[in-house]
Ligand binder design. Structure first.
Ligand code: GLN
Length: 484
């Protein structure tokens, strides 16, 4: 039974189709794994809730399959969902006190599509509050732990999603990305993590953080599993005017490893500078050796504007967040402070108590950069530099197929080591944010280990809507080389 929890989504799907496995067996194996782990001395804490009706849904899926239902291609397969993606009728909290008691009145479009394909959401995963953070420690449920070393963080903010996939408690999970929140935990936990192009997946029903950057992302054990989810969930949604009319449906059925011969990859030298852990560098170097041996051209380039990406991100994301989070006022959602004298006190006390310190820091920062007198100096300037970055990264991607880099400057860091040092925490995003700012698809793949056995990810970023290229290159790595 325990072996079941180690299979990929594609293998589980094949098992269901051949009749060797049942959805009930799969979901209960994951449930058992989760329950056993909650009793450990230092549990993963990847789930903030396991859905108690998941097993019933699995039984219903098995019954539907026995009755000959073939229409739903992911029928009866489990998926874990980050606590900021709405599932109708279920609690949703963004790991925040301020949303305690909130029940989702509708499902996100991505969830609707996965449900229509027959998938079973099995639980909500832990995260940094409102997806603000790089370690999954700013959570009202306490930190998630790294399955590879439980004294370390999972990375954030979708740490719970990476923890349950890497820790054999779910085959695949949804996370979200504003500046690296799927790729960073994927790198720290040794799994694959995709941030799709802006617009590939509908944002309807994803709780807004930085709306011009946000995107639902996917964590999986192999590129094919990510392709399966993407193929079902992507495509234009009338409820999100920024969603794009992509057609990733063929990817699900036919993701094949891609010959690397003829591919051109660029490594920005700015991402190899000071601060890069030597062991991470070594893993990147061996990935480069593999890419070259497989026929790709890999060149180091200079793209100085990348040095500005963290600075631009930490102006634009908090600015958008300060506006998006204004809606949590004690009137409309979740938590409400009682015994208040007037409306202002209701706002003030609800928000003071309901939000954690990192979220408050972002709200302050965002209001500051948007205030008159500072707007031009910070917000407008950051928007201008973002436009330049989009143009310059675009020029590189006109000459190269992929931008190759480490995903993060270090392997998973120790729990507690950065929680009180926001700048150090922000610098974990040094290689990831540019892809969000430039609206591009970017994938972290498990590429090696440190001498201590910690996973290290490598990141490939492509042209907008080139998810197919990223996934097929990753599939080639997975099949022929993989994480050694
Ligand atoms: N770590 C970044 C932040 O704290 C990115 C978060 C994210 O991608 N949601 O804002």
């Amino acid at each position: 039974m325990s072996e079941v929890t180690k299979l990929t989504l594609s293998e589980l799907r094949a098992g269901l189709q051949s009749g060797e496995l049942s959805s009930t067996a799969i979901v209960s194996a994951y449930h058992d794994a989760y329950l056993a782990d909650t009793k450990a001395r230092d549990p993963l804490n990847g789930y903030v809730e396991w859905f108690e009706d998941a097993l019933e849904l699995a039984e219903a899926a098995d019954a539907a399959r026995r009755a000959g239902s073939r229409s739903s291609e992911l029928l009866g397969l489990p998926i874990a969902v980050k606590d900021n993606i709405l599932i109708k009728g279920r609690s949703l909290t963004c790991a925040s006190e301020i949303l305690q008691g909130f029940i989702a009145p509708y499902s996100a479009t991505v969830i609707e599509r996965l449900l229509a394909a027959g998938m079973i959401p099995v639980g909500r995963t832990n995260m940094d509050e409102f997806a603000m953070g790089s370690s999954c420690e700013y959570s009202c449920y306490g930190p998630a732990r790294n399955p590879m070393d439980r004294t370390r963080t999972t990375g954030g903010s979708s740490g719970g999603s990476a923890a349950v996939v890497a820790g054999n408690q779910a085959p695949v999970a949804l996370g979200s990305e504003t500046g690296g929140s799927v790729r960073l935990p994927a790198s720290f936990c040794g799994v694959y993590g995709l941030k799709p192009s802006y617009g590939s997946l509908s944002r309807y029903g994803l709780v807004a953080f930085g709306s011009s950057l946000d995107q639902i992302g996917i964590v999986g054990r192999c590129p094919r599993d990510i392709a399966l989810i993407l193929s079902v969930a992507a495509g234009r949604d009338p409820k999100d005017q920024t969603s794009a009319d992509t057609d990733f449906a063929p990817l699900g059925a036919s993701l094949a490893p891609r010959e690397l011969a003829g591919l051109r990859m660029a490594i920005p030298q700015e991402f190899l500078a000071e601060g890069l852990d030597p062991e991470v560098r070594q893993v990147l170097d061996s990935f480069v050796d593999w890419a070259r041996a497989s026929g790709a051209t890999v060149e180091t380039i200079s793209l100085p504007i990348l040095d500005a990406s963290v600075a631009i991100y930490y102006i634009i994301a908090p600015a958008e967040a300060s506006s998006n989070l204004a809606r949590y006022d004690g009137v409309r959602y979740g938590y409400r402070e009682k015994e208040i004298a007037n409306l202002f006190e209701l706002y003030e006390r609800t928000r003071s108590r309901g939000f954690g310190k990192e979220v408050k820091r972002r709200i302050l920062l965002g209001n500051y950069v948007l205030s008159s007198g500072y707007y031009d100096a910070y917000y407008k300037k950051a928007q201008g530099v973002r436009t330049l970055l989009i143009r310059e990264v675009g020029e590189v991607l006109a000459r190269y197929d992929l931008i190759l880099s480490p995903t993060a400057p270090t392997p998973a860091f120790a729990l507690g080591s950065k929680v009180d040092d926001p700048l150090a925490m922000y610098l974990s995003d040094i290689y990831t944010t540019f892809a969000n700012l430039a609206l591009l698809p970017s994938l972290s793949l498990p590429a090696g280990h440190t001498a201590q056995g910690l996973p290290v990810g490598v990141q490939i970023t492509g042209r907008r809507f080139a998810e197919g290229l990223l996934l097929s290159c990753a599939e080639s790595w997975h099949e022929k080389g993989g994480l050694r």
